[in-house]
Design a protein around this ligand. Structure first.
Ligand code: PLP
Length: 485
């Protein structure tokens, strides 16, 4: 199971959970205090031009930045050039880019062949018309021809919108109400899915500003625990309202931070069939990154509905969509009528020519260049390098990857269980989470000073642009940080 896929060898899931358990059992091992103070000094020197911009931005933008992934500690850095494997900031410093805008750029940033097509398009159509452009058909056909669970595709503005559309279709098609997600998973920020974010078992803990009623029919099961899912399905059945759909990230919650057993998705498929629930794969991260046929192609499991985002527009704006079987997708008909009740979706800029063309040419290039495999090989090299370093230096950290999605757990923050029933323990747990989260921020700042941009100091996406040379340079940077622990 390797042809065209970024994953060569499936990870040893039990071993990862065991090692993360060991990491959590120990006190945190941050960068030595004097070394961290030196890193902050170096940060201030290196990013001298960013600081005043961010200080002004704080007056006009809540928190000073518009994007949740922006690097916030000690303050965000202003980047103004992206090229292949590298990002350049306002002071001209070059960084290896393992954030990759949160995942869309499997080809590397600002890939020239795609950019050329987009510039041509802007010169002819401009970014949007609100009317049909042939690129809508081209990208839809490309996706339908390659993903086993997709007969039809509707392009939307974001992954959040794709997830909203998926659950709306599922409820309409099944006549049932409940949606089950895996605890800790992120499926965008819609009212009903801001539920049990990051840490399993936390239900509506993070749902500030969202009425309880919006999540009345949202349930969580424990990730990678098929019995927990069955329990929730059974309970929903007993209420008489049943389960409309189970929504999962097929590689595991939070982009595989909590990986799943190799046959887990197959078991979920079987349970869904048994309980008459639809299976939604949220492939916002995995589609066209794990392989051109997505995680569904890799696992050989056909979902009823598939949510797209990120790579589907190649890093260009408005990246989202929903795909699925013809009978389900017809509920989303926007133009030619199908005689079915309609699940309302929309978006002024949905499927604009720019997003459709950017996605289409990106996917063509990913396939032509075998980019998923190349990005996956870079992820393997990075992870193996980190694992060796961790072993050699006798550090408690855990590095693992699923192809080009790499995880470096130095704190295990997302694995700290919050026991909502023993509410008196919550403040102590939150204190520990805060400490571990701060260490992650420090790690991210230290990596940055050493020329590496990560996602929240714990996740790295690799791309086709990450040659062996780039990865080895990054490993040198990680080594410099690890030597100061
Ligand atoms: C698995 C998953 N689903 C949905 C989303 C939401 O997508 P978007 O940010 O495009 O709304 C994300 C975003 O990171 C995601 O990782």
């Amino acid at each position: 199971m390797s042809g065209g896929f970024g994953i060569k060898e499936y990870l040893d899931v039990g071993e990862i959970y065991r090692r993360i358990g060991e990491l959590l059992a120990q006190p945190i091992r941050p960068v030595k205090r004097e070394e961290m103070a030196r890193y902050i000094e170096r940060f201030n020197e290196k990013y001298a031009s960013s600081k005043p911009v961010i200080e002004t931005a704080r007056q006009y933008i809540p928190g000073g930045v518009q994007h949740n992934l922006a690097f916030n500690y000690p303050y965000p850095v202003v980047f103004d050039r992206a090229e292949g494997a590298y990002l350049y900031d306002k002071d001209g410093n070059r960084h290896i880019d393992f954030l990759q805008a949160g995942g869309p750029t499997v080809l590397g940033s600002n890939y020239p062949a795609v950019k050329k097509k987009i510039l041509e398009l802007i010169n002819t159509t401009g970014p949007s018309t609100g009317l049909f452009h042939e690129y809508e058909l081209k990208i839809a056909k490309f996706i339908c021809d390659r993903l086993p669970g997709v007969d039809m595709f509707r392009m939307l503005g974001s992954g959040t919108e794709g997830c909203m559309a998926a659950i709306r279709v599922a409820r309409l098609a099944t006549g049932k109400k409940h949606i089950i997600k895996m605890g800790g998973g992120y499926h965008g920020w819609s009212d009903s899915l801001v539920y049990a974010l990051r840490v399993p078992g936390t239900g509506g803990f993070d749902a500030h500003g969202i009425p309880r009623a919006s999540r009345k029919y949202t349930r969580e099961a424990f990730p990678n625990d098929i019995r927990s899912l069955e329990r929730v399905l059974r309970r929903n059945k007993l209420t008489g309202r049943g389960t409309a759909a189970v929504i999962v990230e097929p590689m595991g919650t939070e982009s595989g931070t909590r990986p799943v057993d190799r046959d887990h998705n197959k078991q979920i498929r079987e349970l869904c069939d048994q309980y008459g629930a639809l299976l939604i794969f949220d492939e916002v991260v995995t589609a066209f990154r794990i392989g051109i046929s997505g995680a569904q192609g890799y696992f050989g499991v056909k979902p009823d509905l598939t949510v797209f985002g990120k790579v589907v527009a190649g890093g260009y704006p408005a990246a989202g969509g929903l795909g699925g079987s013809r009978d389900l997708m017809e509920y989303l008909a926007a133009g030619l009528q199908t005689g079915k009740k309609r699940a309302m979706v929309g978006g002024t800029l949905a499927a604009n020519p720019l997003s459709a063309a950017a996605g289409y040419y990106t996917l063509l290039e990913i396939e032509k260049q075998n980019a998923c495999e190349k990005a996956g090989a870079a992820g393997d090299r990075l992870t193996r390098g980190l694992q060796e370093m961790i072993r050699e230096m006798n550090l408690p950290y855990v590095a693992y990857n699923q192809g080009s999605i790499c995880h470096l757990e130095t704190t295990g923050t997302m694995f700290i269980p919050i026991n909502m029933k023993r509410f008196w323990t919550i403040p102590k747990t939150l204190k520990e989470i805060k400490e571990r989260k701060h260490m992650m921020e420090e790690m991210g700042a230290a990596y940055m000073v050493e020329g590496i941009v990560t996602l929240a100091g714990s996740r790295m996406y690799t791309s086709m642009a990450d040659t062996d040379w780039v990865i080895d340079e990054a490993l040198e940077g990680f080594r410099k940080v690890f030597e100061k622990m």
